[in-house]
Design a protein. Structure first.
Length: 266
């Protein structure tokens, strides 16, 4: 085991899993801890955040579980304030929260559109707005945003809200990367491709598009150039690398983790 994040404090929004198994945020939180970081596990549901913390603590790591609805600035601010009160610093900000309500521009309601923007994009703005002054004051930090290869090309018009917000997240990440590089802050985005995580079963209407879950998994596996979807640990291990000193000159990168799927897009 390589403790390349010793002494670091990682604030992970979306650190729970929406179903049994390993979601991207849950795996990232545990991976940060395994690399030596203290982790603040934040999720909409406290029990999900606590489950992640229990895993970390059972392995000898240090973790604090918090609940927050990232569509509300006050709740993000409270989570950041609590983190700073407990641990004095924030070295890693990991924004993993995202939703993908089904609907094209005609079918998707205005309320759903606004909610997707609030959760997928505005939440990252609000988290960065609160955390950046802390990172500036301590002389640096790393921000990692979880985007998607759906930000690169349109494969499903029925995910218009998801596609658009993830594309916006990419450019927001680049803007942060350029704007704060001279203050020791790096910002990158990870773009997962076809991943086999609990989120697949949580998106309303997605399974039904394929007929059943077995067919959904078969088609998604077949679509990947590798013949198999990735998993949450592919994202988590990438996040640990980007947060480490080995990646100290990597900034403003939109990194697909997709088995090469992005090469077929566009």
């Amino acid at each position: 085991m390589t403790y390349r994040l010793n002494g670091k404090v990682a604030l992970v929004f979306g650190a729970g899993s929406c179903g049994p198994g390993w979601g991207n945020g849950k795996a990232a939180a545990v991976a940060y801890a395994r690399a030596g970081a203290t982790v603040i596990s934040v999720d909409l549901e406290l029990d999900r955040a606590s489950e992640t913390c229990s895993i970390i603590e059972s392995e000898g790591g240090r973790c604090l579980a918090l609940a927050a609805d990232v569509s509300h600035a006050a709740q993000i601010n409270a989570a950041v304030d609590r983190t700073r009160e407990e641990f004095s610093r924030i070295d890693i900000l990991h924004n993993n929260v995202g939703i993908g309500d089904m609907g094209d521009p005609i079918e998707l309601s205005e309320e759903a559109w606004s909610h997707i923007i609030a959760v997928n994009l505005s939440s990252v703005f609000l988290a960065c707005k609160k955390v950046l002054p802390i990172m500036i004051g301590q002389g640096g930090g790393v921000i990692t945003n979880i985007s998607s290869v759906a930000s690169l090309s349109v494969r499903a018009a029925e995910l218009v809200g998801y596609n658009v917000t993830k594309a916006g997240l990419n450019h927001f990440t680049r803007t942060i990367a350029v704007g704060y590089a001279d203050q020791g802050i790096r910002a990158n985005a990870i773009l997962p491709g076809l991943m086999n995580t609990p989120m697949l079963r949580a998106i309303p209407g997605l399974t039904e598009q394929f007929g059943d879950e077995e067919e959904m998994l078969r088609v998604r596996d077949a679509t990947s150039p590798t013949g198999k979807m990735g998993d949450a640990w592919d994202i988590a291990n990438t996040a640990v690398f980007l947060a480490s000193d080995e990646a100290k000159y990597i900034n403003g990168v939109m990194l697909p983790v997709d088995g090469g799927l992005h090469c077929r897009l566009g």
